[in-house]
Design a protein around this ligand. Structure first.
Ligand code: SF4
Ligand code: SF4
Length: 324
């Protein structure tokens, strides 16, 4: 069972968990302080044997509380995953790129996506040890319900995370099934595990929003509530553009997530990670709390952008300030 701790008291990790900590720092694996660009290495949510943090991942799964709501969402996700994706059809349908792009967006939304974006794949988005030759990535965004998210790190928020990853899987599997039926190659990567590519960089590239200080995307409509999934494909598709609305500046002055994070894993300043100066969450500090508190998500819950209706107001205020 997870050790429930008051988020305001100093967090003391469970020694049973700490005994599984590898000798290498997760920040080192992630390339914190490295000035050269390189592909990221497997660290979490891949097969446990690929990462020194594998035993901690297994420990996390073993902490799932014996709760009916958690069991129900897990059952539902297993049902989603059990549906087979048919192979690629023998006859390839032809349409122009704009038509395919409209159809992909429509099919994604019909199957439950809140946002669909498209980017050209880049080698640096493929995690080391994996090979993803497909030229295009479709990113799927599904938003968490704020009423559930705000209970983080308690069961309703944890169940909501699983429920939304289930939705991400359903959309990515439906899109893959549909692309196969058109005679094009596609692979479904629901966001909750065994994904061989990074999801945040292509999501930023195709217009999902900006990176927040908490290390997650802030979207102009759904704030910090998005969970991501993806499909890679060779279907010819048009790509989206970045969406910048100055969240980056906003994060410099807002300290809500930084102050709320129990293990103080969120840094007040950007840091160099694999050649990019960006917001970065300290992996070694976050992980023990995350593992003992059902995936935590406090930083997403306290972000002002997560509250329904607030992003619109904040964007207006930021734009007004810029004009003055
Ligand atoms: S998820 Fe990690 S970074 Fe976010 S509040 Fe929890 S411990 Fe801190
Ligand atoms: S809580 Fe504030 S600092 Fe943290 S990500 Fe949200 S806006 Fe940025």
């Amino acid at each position: 069972m997870p050790i429930k701790q008051n988020a305001k008291t100093k967090f003391i990790p469970n020694p049973e968990q700490m005994a599984l900590m590898p000798d290498i720092s997760g920040n080192e694996i992630n390339g914190l302080g490295e000035t050269e660009a390189r592909r990221s290495k497997p660290i979490y949510w891949q097969s446990p044997e690929l990462t020194p943090f594998g035993p901690l991942m297994e420990w996390f799964y073993a902490q799932t509380p014996d709760d009916e709501r958690m069991k129900a969402v897990q059952r539902h996700r297993a049902e989603t995953m059990a549906v087979k994706i048919p192979p690629v059809a023998n006859i390839q349908q032809e349409k122009n790129t704009a038509e395919w792009t409209d159809l992909v967006t429509e099919i994604g939304k019909q199957n439950g996506a809140d946002i669909i974006g498209i980017a050209k794949m880049r080698p640096e988005w493929v995690i080391e040890t994996f090979d993803v030759p497909h030229p295009t990535v479709i990113i799927i965004g599904v938003a968490m319900d704020f009423e559930e998210l705000k209970t983080a790190p308690d069961i309703p928020a944890a169940a909501e995370v699983i429920r939304q990853y289930d939705r991400g899987h359903r959309v990515s599997r439906a899109l893959t099934t549909w692309i196969h039926a058109q005679g094009w190659e596609a692979l479904s990567f629901g966001g909750s595990g065994n994904v061989p590519i990074l999801l945040i960089p292509p999501a930023l590239e195709c217009g999902f929003g900006e990176l927040g200080k908490h290390g997650s995307i802030i979207n102009r409509e759904f704030g910090s509530t998005l969970r991501l999934a993806a499909v890679v494909t060779d279907m010819p598709l048009n790509t989206g553009n970045r969406d910048v609305f100055d969240v980056d500046d906003f994060c410099t002055n807002c300290r809500a997530c930084e102050k709320a994070c129990p293990p103080e894993a969120i840094s007040p300043a950007k840091q160099m990670v694999r050649g990019v100066n960006k917001w970065y969450v300290d992996f070694d500090k976050c992980l023990p709390f995350f593992n003992e508190n059902m995936g935590c998500a406090i930083c997403l819950a306290v972000c002002p952008w997560s509250r329904p209706g607030v992003p619109e107001n904040l964007i207006r205020k930021i734009a007004k300030k810029k004009i003055r």
